[in-house]
Design a protein around this ligand. Structure first.
Ligand code: UTP
Length: 289
């Protein structure tokens, strides 16, 4: 079984649900407390042993490249003022351990992943959607890689969602269950209300075999007129092992305004430096309402 060494971060979407905030700033740079969403995803990948980070960017996304670059002026000024620059350490990636590829048009997640095909090459790889913020110990991708080492093939992150929300997600037709692992028998992207095969949804973490790139090459547009990763994955079911892993931890949908605010509240309350002030304010606010 080949080790998962590379991760793809599709960050080429338009982020229309967050306009006007995302007009000139990438959605993935929105901060939760004091770290941008993309930083959480990169840290999660690093923890899981990923060696090569591949960002699929688009127009107006250069802030992401700058975020993971050396900021000489900032560092020099901070040092000259006697301030520690340790806080910037996680933003520095190992030279040569990252690559950027441009998705010229936001044609969908499947298309974004396909844009990374040459850099991924012929080996299994991970995909992380930074707007799904996963909080767990160990992190979500690490849990998935541990599962992958047992079952091989393709492993996607699965989470139960309320039935009335199933039409917003990729939904799994479940086969046999073994603890946290569920065999994936089928996948459907955004099923029409009332037609979902289960309430087990696909969350933004994937371990995929390179064959998916060849499927994506010919993939037609699907739900929402976009080239869907779910449709390409569905084609591979039956020819390769395919499992969903129920992640042990919390997920915040930060592509959605309510989910994003919830993430900020939850993570702020876990930070000893600000938790007392935030909690006191929250208590006062909620008592009034
Ligand atoms: P979303 O559909 O949640 O992101 O895609 P979006 O299209 O940017 O957001 P809204 O719905 O307009 O608010 C999930 C992930 O896939 C990436 C996005 O950047 C996001 O991380 N994506 C999506 C691409 O990289 N390219 C695309 O063409 C579409």
């Amino acid at each position: 079984m080949q080790r998962v060494r590379k991760a793809v971060f599709p960050v080429g979407g338009l982020g229309t649900r967050f306009l006007p905030a995302t007009k000139a700033m990438p959605k993935e740079m929105l901060p939760v407390v004091d770290r941008p969403l993309i930083q959480y995803a990169v840290d999660e990948a690093r923890e899981a042993g990923i060696e090569q980070m591949i960002f699929v960017t688009g127009r107006g996304k250069s802030a992401i490249e700058d975020h993971f670059d050396i900021a000489y002026e900032l560092q020099a000024t901070m040092l000259s003022r006697g301030k520690s620059i340790e806080i910037l350490e996680p933003t520095l990636l190992k030279p040569g351990a990252f690559a950027y590829v441009r998705q010229q048009e936001p044609m969908g997640l499947g298309h974004a992943v396909w844009c990374a095909r040459d850099i991924v090459g012929d080996e299994p790889f991970a995909v992380l959607l930074a707007d799904d913020l996963m909080v767990g110990q160990p992190g979500c991708l690490k849990q998935m890689i541990e599962a992958y080492e047992q079952v091989g093939g393709n492993v996607i992150c699965a989470q139960e969602v309320p039935e009335e929300q199933a039409h917003q997600y990729g939904i799994i037709t479940p086969g046999t269950r073994d603890g946290k692992l569920t065999e994936v028998k089928g996948l459907v992207e955004k099923p029409k209300p009332g037609t979902a095969p289960s309430n087990l949804s696909v969350i933004g973490r994937y371990i995929l075999q390179p064959e998916v790139m060849r499927v994506l090459e010919k993939q037609e547009k699907g739900a929402g007129g976009e080239i869907q990763l779910t449709d390409a994955m569905a084609t591979m079911i039956g020819s390769q092992p395919f499992h969903g892993l129920t992640f042990d931890g919390r997920r915040f949908d930060c592509g959605d305004k309510a989910g994003y605010i919830q993430a900020n509240m939850a993570l702020a309350l876990e930070r000893p430096d600000i938790a007392p002030a935030v909690k006191a304010f929250g208590d006062k606010l909620f008592c009034q309402s």
